[in-house]
Each structure stands twice: as C-alpha cells, then as structure tokens.
Design a protein around this ligand. Structure first.
Ligand code: 1KN
Length: 450
C-alpha cells in the first residue's frame, strides 16, 4: 500500500441511509441546458456534428460572439414544473442538472461572476426553479458542476508560469466560493456531479480539492460526490494510487455500461447516457443512431442488474421546451416503468449467472429475484442457473401473478421456465420467489421442499 494523504478516505460502499436511497434509485434524468442550446449545434447556417455543448471550442466559432449569447438568453418556454412532470411520469427518481457547463455560464445568480442568468434577459434563478419543481415531484436533485470554466480569466489548462499559478489560486478561490454558494442556496440537493476535472491545472490540486471535498461534506452531511471530482497527490483520478475509488460512486460510466459484475469492482456507480451517440446539449440536427425506448429500457435493466443506476440525458431547446423526441421516449419508458418498476427500484445485482434472454435483479434485502426478459428464445424456454443452495419456490409474471410457471429442473441448480406461446412485443418481468438453504447440516444440501 502506498502512503497517501489525498487518496480515498473510505474503502467500500457507504452504508448510510442517504446513499442507500441513492443506490436504489434505478432510473434518473440528466439535463444539459445552457447557452449552447441557443445555437443547437449550428452556426451561421452550418450544422456541426460534434457534441453541441462543446460548440464554443470548435474551429470557426468566434468565442467572444458565443460568450455574448447570455444577452440573448430568454427561454420563454422554460417551465421547470413541466420538466419535473415529464421526469415523474418517466419514473426518474433523481435528476442531475447543469448549473454551469464548461462555457462558464451560470444558471443561478452567482455573486462571484457576472456571467450568469442574472445578466441575461431572463434574469431569474433557473437552478432554484428546477430544484423547487423536482423537490415538489419527490425527485431528488444532484447538481452538475464543471470545474473547467472557459469564460473565467483565471482558468488555466496547466500551470506553467508564476502568473499561471497566481491566476489559478484566484480560480481555486472562485470555484470554492461557487460550490459553497450552491450548497448554501439550494440546501435540499443531495449531491454534486463534477465534470471538467481532467486538465493538469486541476489534477495538481490534490490537497486543495481534498480539503474542499471535506469542507462540502461537513457543510452538507450526507452529500453525495462521485469519483470525478479530484485526483490524489500522484495525479491518479477516480481510483487512487492504491486502486481505491475516491468519492461515493464511480462516475466513469459515461455513454457506456459495464458488461459484467467484475467491471464495477464492488463500488456504487451510475451510467449517464445520451439518446444520440454523443449529444448532451440540444443539437437541432440529431443524426446517427437514436436509441429507442426499448433500448433505453434494456440499458436501465442492465445497469440495475449490475448494481448501478441508469441516467438518461435530456437536452432542452434554447426556448426551454423539451424536444418532442425526448417527450415521446419519456412516455414510452414511463409506460413500461408503471407496470415493471418493482424490478428496477431498490434492486441490485442478483448473483445469478447472466442468461441470453435478459437480466436478473434482486429486491435489496430480500430473496425476491426478477427476470427482466428482452430476448425470448425460439425454444420458449428461459434458462435459469440458481446460485448454490438456492431453490425457486414460485415463479410468475409480474404483470399477472396468476400466470405462473413450474420450473423444469434440467440439471443440478439449472431450470427451464417454459413460456406459453406468447406474443410479448414489450420486455416483461417474471418474479422468482427464492429460498436460501438456511443451514447445511453437513449432509448434501436438501433441496427446499416447496
Ligand atoms: C474530453 O471528452 C469529454 C466528453 C464529454 C464531456 C462532458 N461530460 C458529459 C457529461 C457532458 O457534459 C460532456 O460535455 C467532457 C469531456
């Protein structure tokens, strides 16, 4: 083990109630909204294909013209209550909202910079409107914050000169001020989702970031902070020099999902996902593959089956309205969740071998296991391999408990559930009530008599 002052301060998962609630969310919403939604991926009539929230950094975009977009920010269709209703009916249990993205424009009236919504035609505090609206819907709020700030004169990509270091000291103070301000203005938020923390300038701030994280946790006991906030004194990010996760959950799963339980190293994690291949902020011309509702439902089940949460991104338009494609996806996912949410909420890795037909989830703290089925085999037989000393007491459709199954034992701890010639066009869930052998008195494990 390497002696570290600013590595991980805890090994393994948090066990407090706030984190246990986070662990059980299952499905979340990400919202990327800011000045970049005004151009929506286009500039002077030319549509670009990069991620639209990065448009300021693209060649040919006059940065000062982009920066003055705050004078035309007036989202007349913005309605945080409508956003929160959409999220509620989709079944999202938390939302991660961009307070400030890399362009530095603050959607709250920060006292520490002029570059905020206060100095726009809109004027009002958007972060407050979002926090209040989602609180009212019972959806927990996590605030996204980009440390990298292209607008701030003291931001540096690296610290090379004395001048850099003097400027960056000012920037560190500014960053701390804004984070304390956010936690003070919006005391109900449950966590912070950091981004823009890969540049050398910030990676060199192990002690400062560690102390700031400690200060934020002291200000807001229970605050949830992911692994992307800080680096250890050797510049290691996410996992410290001893390979231990820093922060409360792994934030590395951006537009990708673990494929097996070993990939998550026993940590909490969430996957944040875009509908197109790579667009977070509004891009008017979505192109390439747009994920369908069924694909997104499968990603949700896959994340929960591996002990994580799935967070789907929405990129509202410059006027504040959510685009129709996203509304439709939210409705499709919501319709499925209304019937099947029991297999997603407060569920975790079930410990069953993965099968081709779909995913196992387990209701946390119980012996109730769910089979979330996406691929019905031509044989109509769903294979189950139970963990050792586990028997199946009952098996039935979640949507209709009358429709039950008698598992056919095909070998030791291996069964088939035979589906009726079903015309399922949507993913469905089968409930397995299981039984762990309570004691093995040295003889061969007696299959639980059912
Ligand atoms: C260097 O590559 C990236 C890719 C995406 C990001 C940002 N993280 C996502 C959550 C979005 O905010 C995207 O702009 C930052 C750097």
């Amino acid at each position: 083990k390497i002696a570290l002052l600013h590595g991980a301060h805890r090994v393994g998962k948090r066990t407090d109630a706030t984190m246990e609630k986070w662990r059980g969310y299952g499905l979340g919403q990400f919202i990327h909204w800011g000045l970049y939604a005004i151009p929506g991926g286009a500039w002077n009539g030319k549509q670009y294909n990069g991620a639209a929230e990065w448009i300021r950094s693209w060649d040919g975009i006059p940065k000062s013209t982009y920066d003055s977009l705050n004078y035309s920010f007036n989202p007349t269709a913005f309605d945080a209550k409508a956003w929160a209703k959409t999220a509620k009916q989709m079944g999202a249990r938390y939302v991660t909202f961009t307070t400030k993205h890399h362009d530095g424009f603050c959607l709250w009236p920060s006292k520490y910079t002029k570059y905020t919504v206060k100095n726009s035609p809109y004027k009002k505090d958007i972060v407050k409107a979002v926090v209040d609206a989602y609180d009212q819907e019972g959806i927990d709020v996590i605030l996204y914050f980009s440390v990298m700030d292209w607008n701030h004169p003291d931001w540096r990509y690296d610290i090379k000169t004395k001048e850099d270091s003097i400027a960056f000291e000012r920037f560190k103070k500014f960053t701390r001020n804004q984070l304390i301000e956010l936690l003070t203005n919006y005391p109900t938020v449950k966590g912070l989702w950091f981004d823009g923390t890969w540049d050398k300038s910030w990676v060199k701030q192990a002690a400062f970031a560690d102390e700031l994280e400690t200060e934020m946790r002291r200000l807001r006991p229970g605050l949830i902070i992911g692994s992307r906030f800080r680096a250890d004194e050797n510049g290691k990010r996410h996992f410290d020099s001893n390979g231990v996760l820093m922060g409360d959950y792994e934030q590395g799963w951006e537009r990708k999902i673990p494929s097996k339980i070993e990939d998550v190293h026993g940590n909490d994690w969430d996957c944040v996902m875009t509908v197109p291949e790579n667009q977070w902020g509004y891009n008017a011309a979505w192109n390439g593959h747009l994920k369908t509702g069924t694909e997104l439902i499968e990603m949700t089940a896959r994340c929960v089956s591996l002990g994580g949460n799935f967070v789907l991104n929405f990129g509202p338009k410059g006027d504040g309205a959510i685009r129709q494609e996203e509304i439709k996806l939210a409705e499709e996912i919501g319709d499925w969740m209304k019937v099947n949410q029991e297999a997603i909420y407060n569920c975790e890795y079930a410990g069953f071998d993965k099968q081709d037909w779909g995913y196992f989830t387990r209701k946390t703290g119980t012996d109730k296991v769910y089979m979330v089925v996406f691929n019905v085999p031509l044989s109509g037989a769903l294979r189950i391999k139970t963990p050792s000393k586990t028997a199946i007491k009952k098996a039935y459709m979640l949507a209709d408990a009358e429709e039950s199954f008698v598992p056919e034992e095909i070998s030791a701890d291996e069964y088939f559930l035979h589906l009726k010639k079903s015309t399922n066009s949507k993913p469905f869930v089968i409930v397995l009530e299981t039984l762990k052998a309570t004691q093995d008195n040295g003889t061969k494990y007696e299959k639980a008599k059912i």
